[in-house]
Structures are given as C-alpha cells and as structure tokens.
Design a protein around this ligand. Structure first.
Ligand SMILES: Nc1ncnc2c1ncn2[C@@H]1O[C@H](COP(=O)(O)OP(=O)(O)OP(=O)(O)O)[C@@H](O)[C@H]1O
Ligand SMILES: [Mg+2]
Length: 233
C-alpha cells in the first residue's frame, strides 16, 4: 500500500533523512521507532507532502505520490494524526470532525460523525465544546476522530499517546486495536514499547535518519540489544 524508497529529506541545508525505506501493506500495522530527533516526524511530514523530499520515491497504491501537495496526498487516502494534535481550538468537537469529512472509497463511508462519536463516547459528551476547552486526552481523541473522518486507507499516528494519563492512553490503545481488527492499515510512531509490541505486525527502527533495524514484534521482543541501543526504554 505505502512504499517509501530511499527517502532523503531535511530542512534548508541540513539533511535529516539519509535514505529511509519503509513499507506498509494492506491491513498491516507498522511502527516507526527511534529516539528523539532521529527523523520520525520528518519521515511522516515527507509522506504527507508537508516537506518536499530531496531524493527518493514515495508510492501509495502503486502510484507515485512524491512531492504532491498535502491535500492531494490526503485525497489519495492517507490520514494523519499529527504530533501535538493540532485540533482547531475555536471550533467545536463536532465542527472539528465535520471539517475534514470525506468519503474516499465511494459507497457508504465507514466513518461518519455518528460512527466517530460512538467510537469515542467522551467526544459525544463534549460534542458542543470548543476544541480549546478539551483535556489533552480529549484533544487526542478528537485528532484521531478527525483523521478517521477522511476515511483514510492508511492512518498515520505521530505520538498519539504522548503525555496522556494512563486511563486515556489505554482507551486509545483499545481504539487502535479495534481499528486494526477491522483491517485498518496503520503507520504508528509511539514510545510505549509494550503497547506497540502487542498491536503492531512489524517495526522499523531509525537512527539519525537511517533504518538500522526492521522486524516483527516477536523479533523485537527477542532483541533487547536493539531496544537498549536505539530506543529509550
Ligand atoms: N522545522 C525544522 N527545521 C529545522 N530542523 C528541524 C525541523 N524539524 C525538525 N528538525 C530537526 O530534524 C531532526 C529530526 O527531527 P524529527 O522531528 O523528525 O525527529 P523525531 O524522531 O520525530 O523526534 P521526536 O521523538 O522528538 O518527535 C532533529 O534534529 C530536529 O532538530
Ligand atoms: Mg517527532
């Protein structure tokens, strides 16, 4: 579904990514791991068209999407839950959700306002509240709901459980497990190793903009040296 080959990108004159290879198949959950500042968000920004790659190729469903503007990438079916949530503070929960609604697949969309509010009952309770009035956990749920409203074929989450209370975190992991069970393809960045080992099929570990390890959850569980060297646990 998603194939990233030899992605090189950076900011101004400074290179951050030096040739990232990464693939997510239909229905697969893949993580992008690595310590702070290693290039995870930069990879995601490149995939979403928010940053123009200096070299390499990004393909989605076999079609080259390298360098397309963000709205075109979203139209192709990639939905982003960005680092830092970025909900619209002056819109209500409902307005935030409706703002991104789209039906990529044709036919009856899986994700409608009602379906998202059923997935996150807390958002249903706060439907008329402004984005700015939500707790961090509620904002995170709203960011996920907003991405789902685009009915993405691939959902990309950049640190969706960062800084949240344990109970809220658990709720978000349960939602991701449900999405996975429905066959939603997911590319996930997160620091909670126990949770991602349970959820994901495969992992891609990067260090200073290069892929240094890839493997299944089983292989990562059995590789403490990878965790000690490249992840902070
Ligand atoms: N807008 C920017 N302008 C210049 N340099 C940037 C910019 N954003 C990130 N960088 C640099 O690029 C490198 C990779 O950053 P990136 O945000 O991709 O890392 P990350 O793996 O997502 O880290 P974290 O775990 O902290 O989110 C870092 O050295 C960072 O300082
Ligand atoms: Mg980041």
């Amino acid at each position: 579904m998603l194939a990233v080959d030899g992605l090189v990108a950076g900011y101004g004159g400074s290179r951050v990514l030096h040739g990232i290879d990464l693939a997510v198949g239909a229905g697969e959950v893949v993580t992008l791991l690595g310590r702070n500042g290693m290039g995870k968000t930069t990879t995601v920004r490149s995939i979403m068209g928010l940053l123009k790659p200096a070299a390499g190729r990004i393909a989605f469903d076999g079609r080259d999407v390298t360098g397309l503007p963000p709205y075109r990438i979203a139209q192709r079916g990639i939905g982003l839950v960005p680092e830092g949530r970025q909900v619209f503070p002056t819109l209500t929960v409902e307005e935030n959700l409706v703002a991104t609604a789209a039906n990529r697949a044709g036919g009856a969309p899986r994700w409608t306002l009602d379906a998202v509010l059923a997935l996150f009952p807390r958002l249903a309770e706060r439907r008329r509240n402004l984005g700015a009035r939500l707790s961090g956990g509620e904002q995170q749920m709203l960011a996920i709901g907003r991405a789902l409203m685009t009915n993405p074929r691939l959902l990309v989450l950049d640190e969706a459980t960062e800084g949240l209370a344990p109970l809220i975190r658990a709720e978000i992991w349960a939602v991701l497990a449900r999405l996975r069970a429905e066959g939603q393809a997911i590319l996930l960045i997160d620091k909670n190793l126990a949770a991602i080992l349970r959820l994901a099929d495969r992992h891609v570990v990067i260090e200073k903009g290069r892929v240094v390890w890839t493997g299944t959850s089983e292989a990562l569980s059995a590789a403490p040296e990878v965790r000690d060297t490249y992840l902070h646990v």
